[in-house]
Design a protein around this ligand. Sequence first.
Ligand SMILES: Nc1ncnc2c1ncn2[C@@H]1O[C@H](COP(=O)(O)OP(=O)(O)O)[C@@H](O)[C@H]1O
Ligand SMILES: [Mg+2]
Length: 231
Amino acid sequence: MNNYRPVIHAVELTKSLPLGKTVVHALRGVNMDIFPGEMVGIVGPSGSGKSTLLGVIGGLDSPTSGRIEIDGIDITRMSEDRLTEIRNEKIGFVFQFFNLIPTLTALENVVLPIQFARKARVSPNRRAKELLTMLGLSDRMHHRPAELSGGQQQRVAIARALANNPPLLLADEPTGNLDSESGRLVFETLRQVRHEVGTTIVIVTHDPNLAAQTDRVLTLIDGRIVNGVLR
Ligand SMILES: Nc1ncnc2c1ncn2[C@@H]1O[C@H](COP(=O)(O)OP(=O)(O)O)[C@@H](O)[C@H]1O
Ligand SMILES: [Mg+2]
């Protein structure tokens, strides 16, 4: 794996957040390299900095110090405009609460980011249908989120995250709001995506059984990675 340029290269990332009159040190020097095609699990107790880390990796939040490169591009001090471009091009996000637009159908939810990116020669409708079909939702395309189960909604959210074929998918507790069977299916879907599309996936999870099925588990405690064992 180490012959490749990492998709994520993080050096001594820190993030300090003001909390009333004090400061919370959410990240205290995180170093990580994640390589193309890897599926990496991030575990750790509540409050250990997992969401903060994903936000900094994904350019939703800037670090207090340290450096973060995505696909060879240093995004640490990037302007908000350029960062938006990088996010649209390189990063798909999946969250615990699916964040679909309730008034749009599954298909329309996936079409939206493709139309937004306006890449030449891609039919948004066709691309969205292909993705939903790949994720087993061909018979649910015209349903609105409220007409879908939690697991189905999360698979629509995964299709939306993959809409513009990003090299990197970041998932913050994507099964956290699902029963265990639906959660298992959503996790299977992510493994399928990694296998069929080759997307690099970083998944934060509370579920040790799911984490055990990734290539590598990073454990975060008090804002630091305390292991990084290759299995
Ligand atoms: N916007 C914020 N303002 C202040 N403190 C925050 C903020 N977001 C997170 N924190 C704190 O940073 C630490 C890490 O939080 P978080 O990254 O959400 O942890 P996790 O996702 O592992 O549960 C926690 O102590 C949390 O209370
Ligand atoms: Mg969190």
